[in-house]
Write a protein of this length. Sequence first.
Length: 138
Amino acid sequence: MKSYRKQLYFNLPTRRGLVNITRDVEQAVRESGVREGLVLVNAMHITASVFINDDEPGLHQDFEEWLEQLAPEKPYSRYRHNGFEDNADAHLKRSVMGREVVVAITDGKLDFGPWEQIFYYEFDGRRKKSVLVKIIGE
């Protein structure tokens, strides 16, 4: 069995942002040489998320508005976590959107359903963060 590890790095200039990382994960699968197996993709920070969904701008805006209703950024004073930092909302948003995804690799390719894409969602940006891509298989 083979094992391959790669990190993707992000430094979004905004507090929140969405990045389609499907091509980066596909590249890692090619680099790994794994033809049959699994790929784990997870955000390595507690204020960011990795998830699978459709790459459609209206849906992305819906996510942003829905998450802001669930856990508004402001007022910062509404959260007990806020003190040194102002990112309590980012922790809550990450809990809703998830930490990681696992995708099957079949015949050297990501085995997706229709329209599925992998996204990195940043909730507390403006600093360097990373995503782990871990591939196992044969």
